[in-house]
Design a protein around this ligand. Structure first.
Ligand code: PMP
Length: 365
């Protein structure tokens, strides 16, 4: 049995090894059916049971209330940037809180379908370093919804707590893009009308998009909305209006079982705090590396950082790879490094990264 390297990719990202091993064992014959999951009809008894269990486990993990529908869709986060306004905006006002690239992209795409406006931005001098305080958000009373990205994968900015829009005087539902931290913390459904997430970071392979939406928000899609993206049709057909991404749903289901077996979202939350504290604590104390995000807004999943001497970047990455620490290069739009430490990253992986960071710094002072 070989020891696999630690993979810090932002997504598609590392999966729990136990899940990969189970998928490998079941590849040719799923539970005596004589078929690979990839070869099953999506409407057959076998796949239906896989899909139903995946949904039930996800509901358990996130304590999804019964008046919310869970949809397995396709198109990823970027497609939802259009699908959400086509379904929820009624072509009217929608407010956006911009805390990094992904919410910025959501705003731009939504503007094609509705009156999209910035309610608040965390941008200052071209950087995104904090979540703007909710007390200063400019919310319109007639907004169909308010959109935010609860964890900005590129800038490493996370909402430690979701805003209570009602307490801010708004009765608009909150829409969250939680692609890159879903299942790492509890979601307060009393504050959220719709949550969406591409699966390829904290859940499974690319190709599955999870949408969890309050029932009363369904059924008001714009006429131009493609049928396959109309939440009402998707919900009425149990996510099988069109052929769903069956293999991806199967892997996502195995990941849900794995998270449950580890102790659920509460345990993922505890581990995320522990891993993030170790890594940020080291970076802050080092003097050699730097992360400039406001500590209160720092992502526990995506940790962007810079070497103070950026001429060492290539040497740093080559040395990391030689030690089995993969995909640490930062996003091209911000440069530097980024360590994504999702649920599947064990504490040992972060400890190995910190050892390397320490040794590399010591060899270059
Ligand atoms: N939102 C967030 C927060 C993301 O991290 C990403 C992917 N990095 C996206 C949206 C876009 O996802 P996709 O490429 O699946 O459309």
């Amino acid at each position: 049995r070989t020891v696999r390297p630690y993979n810090f990719s932002a997504g598609p990202a590392a999966l729990p090894e136990a899940v990969l091993r189970q998928a490998a064992a079941e590849m040719l014959d799923w539970q005596g059916s004589g078929m690979s999951v990839m070869e099953m009809s999506h409407r057959g008894r076998e796949f239906m049971s896989i899909c139903e269990r995946a949904e039930a486990d996800l509901r358990t993990l996130l304590a999804v209330p019964s008046n919310y529908r869970v949809l397995f869709m396709q198109g990823g986060g970027l497609a939802e940037n259009a699908i959400v306004p086509m379904n929820l905006s009624r072509g009217g006002a929608v407010d956006f809180v911009v805390t990094g690239s992904w919410s910025q992209k959501s705003l731009k795409e939504a503007a094609r379908y509705c009156d999209a406006r910035v309610a608040a931005t965390g941008e200052s001098g071209g950087h995104f370093l904090s979540v703007p305080p909710a007390s200063g958000w400019q919310l319109r009373p007639d907004a169909a919804y308010v959109h935010l990205c609860s964890n900005e994968t590129i800038h490493g900015v996370e909402f430690a707590e979701l805003p209570d829009l009602a307490a801010l005087g708004s009765n608009a539902p909150l829409v969250i893009d939680c692609s890159s931290h879903i299942l790492s913390r509890h979601i307060d459904w009393s504050r959220v009308g719709l949550a969406f997430a591409g699966a390829q970071k904290n859940i499974g392979p690319a190709g599955v998009t999870i949408v969890i939406v309050r029932e009363d928000l369904i059924g008001q899609a714009l006429a131009i909305c493609p049928s396959a993206f109309d939440y009402r049709l998707v919900a009425e057909n149990g996510s099988m209006y069109n052929t769903p991404p069956t293999y991806g749903i199967y892997i996502a289901g195995l990941v849900f079982q794995w998270v449950l077996a580890q102790g659920g979202v509460a345990e993922m939350d505890r581990r995320a705090a522990e891993k993030a504290a170790l890594l940020y604590g080291f970076l802050d104390a080092s003097g050699f590396y730097v992360n400039r995000v406001d500590p209160a807004s720092r992502s526990r999943m995506n940790v962007p950082f810079f070497l103070r001497d950026e001429t060492l970047n290539d040497e740093f990455l080559a040395g990391a790879k030689a030690r089995g620490l993969l995909q640490l290069k930062g996003h091209k739009s911000v440069g530097g490094m980024r360590a994504s430490i999702y649920n599947a990253m064990p504490l040992e992986g972060v400890q190995a990264l910190v050892r390397y960071l320490d040794e590399f710094a010591a060899a270059h002072v």
